[in-house]
Design a protein around this ligand. Structure first.
Ligand code: MG
Length: 287
């Protein structure tokens, strides 16, 4: 009987000892070991997309591959058409100075015409779990940028996509980020320029940062500081293995890349869990 009690006591002690390491782990340990991949201008870097950035095919490939998000660039024409195109000019013509008709004959590398935002959002709707990372390109004045923001919101509303679980915003324009922060406080809005620390960005009503990865190399504590401020963090555009490995160690929430399959492999190597679109349940805090 006595021997039985000793064995029981020993077993209980063993159980308590086994529980200690788990209980002592920091609460956010798991969350820090998850990252989402954002396909830069869609998953354009593959045969199926015809290697055409910002094409509908590139968005479709990103959706099918299950990356957490797909990024795209939006510009506004003089007659208020929003189009998905990276540069501010097409064939030397400033997009915001010309009506959309001027650009209709232009073709992307895979033969597609330049997608209008409406066409792009139609494709975006088909995969509700892929986050649409919407970049608003800077325009010539705050007034023009305000119109651009207003049309953006109207378009998303029209397509049933004005939802922080479906769309997040990025911009190099401080004015655009601030305006979006005021109008859509529930959405993740990330400032791209890299010239302000997380506290300064948060203080002006912008709740995220998406900086070139070299900024995080210089300021490795910023991702942690941003996390404490409940901000989202993202690094662009991380393509080389050595840079990807370093950015994974910086523990930003999302990595924007032209080589999303490579990032997927390197996350596995680092034993960091990839948050795939199929698992995504929240826009601003998937991590
Ligand atoms: Mg972009």
């Amino acid at each position: 009987m006595k021997k039985e009690r000793i064995v029981k006591l020993f077993m209980m002690m063993l159980c308590v000892m086994m529980m200690i390491p788990a209980a002592a782990a920091p609460k956010n340990r798991i969350s820090k070991n998850r990252m989402g991949i954002v396909a830069h201008r869609g998953f354009w870097n593959c045969e199926e997309a015809g290697y055409a950035r910002n094409s509908l095919a590139a968005l479709r490939c990103a959706q099918e591959a299950g990356f957490w998000g797909s990024e795209f660039d939006v510009n506004m024409t003089a007659d208020d058409t929003l189009i998905v195109f990276h540069d501010g000019k097409i064939d030397g013509k400033l997009i915001e100075d010309y009506p959309f008709a001027e650009f209709k004959s232009y073709r992307l590398g895979n033969g597609e015409p330049i997608p209008t935002l409406d066409q792009y959002l139609e494709q975006g709707k088909l995969y509700p779990e892929t986050m649409l990372v919407y970049e608003l390109k800077p325009h010539s004045s705050p007034e023009v940028e305000d119109r651009f923001v207003r049309l953006t919101i109207e378009s998303l509303e029209k397509h049933g996509l004005l939802d922080p679980k479906r769309v997040m915003f990025i911009s190099f324009s401080f004015h655009i980020c601030q305006r979006l922060g005021e109008l859509l406080p529930d959405f993740s809005v990330q400032y791209l320029e890299g010239n302000m620390n997380p506290k300064e960005v948060k203080a002006v009503g912008i709740n995220g940062i998406d900086y070139h990865f070299s900024v995080f190399d210089k300021h490795p504590l910023w991702p942690k500081e941003a996390r404490k401020l409940k901000m989202t963090t993202n690094a662009w555009t991380v393509n080389k293995d050595e840079d990807i490995r370093r950015v994974i160690q910086h523990r930003v929430m999302y990595i924007t890349t032209d080589n999303p399959l490579q990032v997927r492999e390197l996350l596995k190597e680092a034993k960091v869990r990839e948050v795939r679109s199929i698992n995504s349940t929240s826009a601003s805090a998937p991590i």
